[in-house]
Design a protein around this ligand. Structure first.
Ligand SMILES: [Zn+2]
Length: 144
C-alpha cells in the first residue's frame, strides 16, 4: 500500500531522488534533505503507514527496528559521530510533519547546540496523576 501524495513513498519507490543509504524488502534508509546535523538519516517502513500504532505487520516492525539499529551502527562505524539521538513523532499534536512513519537518526557531538528541550510536566508527575494513568493503562491492558 502506498500514498500517491507522500514524499516518502516517492523515495521508497524511487519516483523521487534521495541519498539512499540502505533499502531492503521492508525498510528504506536515506539522508534527511533538511538535516539537523551532517549524516542525519531517516528510516521508514516501505509500506505507507502514518503512525506507529498502525504498524501491525510484525515482520515489517522487526525489520524497522533492525534498520534503525543498522543506521545508528553505520554512523558510528563510519566515524560520522560518537553519539546520536533517535526521534520519532506520531500525529498532529506530536508535530509529525510527513504523514508516513519515520525515525530520525541524528548524529550528536560535543557542543553541537542541538536542543530538544523536553521538560517534565509537574502535574503529570504528581503521585495521584501517576497512579490514575497507571491504573487506566493497566485496566486497558487487561491487568499485569
Ligand atoms: Zn508514504
Amino acid at each position: 500500500m502506498e500514498d500517491s501524495g507522500c514524499v516518502f513513498c516517492d523515495i521508497v519507490h524511487k519516483r523521487a531522488d534521495s541519498y539512499l543509504i540502505i533499502q531492503n524488502e521492508d525498510t528504506t534508509t536515506f539522508l534527511d534533505s533538511s538535516p539537523i546535523a551532517e549524516g542525519h538519516m531517516l528510516v521508514v517502513p516501505n509500506k505507507h503507514v502514518i503512525t506507529m500504532d498502525q504498524l501491525n505487520d510484525r515482520k515489517a516492525a522487526n525489520e524497522l527496528m533492525q534498520s534503525i539499529i543498522g543506521a545508528a551502527h553505520l554512523l558510528v562505524k563510519a566515524g560520522v559521530c560518537p553519539d546520536y539521538s533517535i526521534l520519532q513523532d506520531n500525529g498532529e499534536h506530536a508535530e509529525q510533519d510527513i504523514k508516513h512513519v519515520h525515525f530520525h537518526i541524528i548524529p550528536r557531538h560535543a557542543n553541537d547546540h542541538v536542543q530538544f528541550n523536553l521538560q517534565t510536566n509537574s502535574n503529570a508527575q504528581q503521585e495521584e496523576m501517576m497512579r490514575n494513568i497507571y491504573n487506566k493503562l493497566k485496566i486497558t491492558n487487561g491487568g499485569l
